[in-house]
Write a new protein. Structure first.
Length: 94
C-alpha cells in the first residue's frame, strides 16, 4: 500500500464495489428483525453458507475501509468515521 492519493482513491473505490457485492449476497432483514438483533443474537444456523460467507467478507471489507479511512486523512472526523466503521465491523464479526 502506498500513500499516494491516486492509489488510495482507487483502493477506496475497489472496497466500495466489494461492499456492494457483499451486500447483494447478504441476508435481507426487515426492520423488526433488525430491532430484534439488539435484544438477541442472530441465528446463523438459519443462514445459507453463501449468506454467512457474505457476512464474513462484508466484515473484512469494512475493516479494510476503516484502516483506509485512518490513513487517508488525519483529521478528528476521519478518526470518528474510522471508529464507527470498526464498530460496525466488530458487530458483523460478532
Amino acid at each position: 500500500m502506498t500513500y499516494q492519493p491516486k492509489d488510495m482513491e482507487r483502493a477506496s473505490n475497489v472496497l466500495k464495489s466489494a461492499i456492494e457485492v457483499c451486500n447483494a449476497y447478504r441476508r435481507k432483514t426487515s426492520i423488526a428483525e433488525s430491532l430484534g438483533r439488539m435484544v438477541k443474537k442472530a441465528d446463523y444456523d438459519a443462514y445459507t453458507e453463501e449468506e454467512v460467507h457474505a457476512e464474513l467478507a462484508y466484515a473484512e471489507c469494512l475493516q479494510l475501509k476503516a484502516v483506509l479511512t485512518f490513513t487517508e486523512d488525519e483529521t478528528l472526523m476521519s478518526f470518528v468515521k474510522g471508529g464507527m466503521k470498526l464498530r460496525s465491523c466488530f458487530q458483523s464479526y460478532k
